[in-house]
Design a protein around this ligand. Structure first.
Ligand code: PEP
Ligand code: MG
Length: 576
């Protein structure tokens, strides 16, 4: 039996299932025979939890650095908290009921106290207590905790959903594939699976209930198929496909040092999208010609406090030093939507993608924004910094962001800090901006078109919701008329335009946007060589004619796709 979902991250995996589902605790108040026995049980559970946490601290330090391991250090302190322990022992003695019930009650009690405090830092500790509670109760009830960190075998993760912060912590040495009930092609977990090169199929509705731990599963991230407990011929078929894909990737290496150029000598750039410095080597290895999008909000996730100016400075400096002669687009924090930063306590909103987030937050609560801008400006001496503002909707927002930036610059320079020339640009991801691009183009150095959000907002379809995934229409003529408008508006002002949404790495849509005159495509590193190859076999002259006829004549997404596929089949043969 095959299940069809959304092809989220290319590649094939055949492995055993490891389910990440919520463990339910039904704890009854059972009378006990001996307090000593209950205490022994507790000590055993605490010991196992301590072992996990110590391992998690080492592992996070290795994978993500010291600051990210702080969460588990805090968990360790809670685990050994003397007040929790004393209250548990004293209530065991007086109430004579099972330790799991008492431990749950005591930890709930402390979590509630913290939850009511004014200090946001203390309120956040309440969630930590509940995390530790879950781990200890899991062991008290003789269950196994489901931490992605604790995986030590090669597996396919099956979950309802994986959040971007859970994705940060995945170890691709063990996680060979992903299959989830929900998610969309441009949700950030999906984007991260692509950058980690983990094959993934999302939006499978009910895969979590369909499979059990230890089942064999095939994940086909190219056609969006998963096959639980495949037959021998199915396994053989997929092993063959996997080998073919690996050979194809090896043969693409010849494009690594080749320039991005069409066969009739039209030049453009292909850069990499990254969300952490651990992806830099991968970008270099795939021949990226710069960084077209650094999603800095990921530096703020999966930790207890925001990174300091110094920490950020060192990270941005490393990116610039890796690409000293090429544009490095560092986007200011674009959190909110599906990218939650726990310690900022965003209010619950009915429509988070339309809400108080990203630059909207930064323009009102400027503290984090200013720290980030200071860190960024201090790195201008290392390369070609391009500061990119996300989620701009109006000219007033752009002007305010630029004003804050110039105040930060003035302050730094007056203190003797050198700030070298840099570029200021903005994401074009809200339709109002794309329509008014001629006005915006006069006030920035460059645009970067964010089609993930532009499509979401144009078609009013949540990018996370598989039920409306059909409205993610990357070839639709309405979208490309708007993109053409943006490119032309920028070129009239002699400004350049990049595109960093997921369509940049789509083999068909990339042909169309190059035909519309895009100057730079930025994408997950693993797609760079393939897209470079395709474009090197195309003629810019043909692509321009094709793109213009498409936006003139076509009416539907599928109509455009067919035309592009036809060009692809006739002009870009698959052989190298
Ligand atoms: C986009 O919206 O296209 C984009 C590149 O930004 P993000 O996916 O981070 O929203
Ligand atoms: Mg966006």
């Amino acid at each position: 039996m095959k299940y069809i979902g959304i092809a989220a991250s290319a590649g094939y995996a055949i492995q055993k299932v490891y389910k990440i589902d919520t463990i339910s605790f039904e704890i009854k108040q059972v009378p006990i025979k001996s307090v000593a026995l209950e205490l022994q049980k507790l000590e055993k559970a605490l010991k196992k939890a301590r072992k996990d946490l110590t391992y998690l601290i080492t592992k996070t330090k290795q994978l993500l650095g010291t600051s990210q391991s702080q969460i588990f250090e805090a968990h360790l302190q809670i685990l050994d908290d003397i007040e929790i322990k004393n209250m548990t022992i004293s209530r065991l003695n007086t109430e004579q009921i099972c330790v799991e019930s008492i431990y749950q009650d005591v930890t709930n009690h402390f979590a509630r106290i913290l939850e009511t405090m004014d200090n946001p830092y203390m309120r956040e500790r309440s969630a930590d207590i509940l995390d530790v509670q879950k781990r200890v109760l899991t062991y008290l009830l003789n269950k196994k905790p489901k931490d992605t960190y604790l995986i030590k075998d090669e597996v396919i993760l099956v979950a309802n959903d994986l959040t971007p912060s859970e994705m940060i912590t995945l170890d691709k040495n063990f996680v060979k594939g992903i299959a989830t009930n929900i998610g969309g092609k441009t949700s950030h977990s999906t984007i991260m699976a692509r950058s980690l090169e983990i094959p993934a199929v999302v939006g499978l509705s009910n895969i979590l209930d369909t499979v059990k731990d230890g089942d064999t599963l095939i994940v086909d991230g190219i056609d969006g198929i998963v096959i639980p407990n495949p037959s021998i011929p199915e396994i053989d078929e997929y092993k063959q496909k996997k080998d073919l894909l690996e050979n194809k990737n090896v043969s693409l290496q010849v494009f690594k040092n080749a320039p991005s150029i069409t066969k009739d000598n039209h030049e453009f750039l292909i850069s990499a999208n990254i969300s952490s410095i651990s992806e830099l080597n991968h970008a270099v290895d795939n021949g990226a010609e710069g960084i077209g999008l650094f999603r800095t909000e990921f530096l703020f996730m999966e930790r207890d406090t925001a990174p300091s100016e110094e920490e950020q400075f060192n990270i941005y400096k490393q990116v610039l030093k890796t690409f000293p002669n090429q544009n490095v687009l560092i986007r200011t924090i674009d959190f909110g939507g599906d990218k939650n930063v726990k310690y900022l306590h965003f209010p619950e909103e009915k429509n988070p993608f339309l809400g108080y987030r990203s630059l909207r937050y930064c323009l009102q609560d400027k503290k984090l924004f200013i720290i980030q801008l200071r860190a960024l400006l201090r790195t201008t001496i290392y390369g070609k910094l391009c500061i990119l503002f996300p989620m701009i909707a109006t000219l007033e927002e752009l002007r305010l962001a630029k004003k804050i930036l110039s105040e930060v610059e003035f302050d730094l320079v007056s203190k003797g800090v050198t700030v070298k020339p840099y570029q200021i640009g903005m994401m074009v991801e809200i339709p109002a901006v794309a329509v008014l691009a001629d006005k915006f183009a006069k006030e920035v150095d460059f645009f970067s078109i964010g089609t993930n959000d532009l499509i979401q907002y144009m078609f009013s379809a949540d990018r996370m919701n598989p039920n409306v995934a059909y409205l993610y229409q990357p070839y639709h003529p309405a979208l490309h008329r708007l993109i053409k408008n943006v490119i032309e508006a920028a070129h009239i002002e002699h400004k350049w335009v990049g595109l960093c949404g997921e369509i940049a790495s789509d083999p068909y849509a990339s042909l169309l946007v190059v035909g519309l005159g895009i100057d730079e495509l930025s994408m997950t590193s693993s797609s760079i060589l393939e897209i470079k190859k395709n474009l090197s076999k195309s003629s810019y002259n043909d692509l321009t004619i094709l793109a213009n006829s498409i936006i003139q004549d076509e009416e539907t997404n599928i109509g455009v796709l067919e035309k592009l596929q036809n060009y692809f089949e006739t002009s870009i043969s698959d052989s190298l």
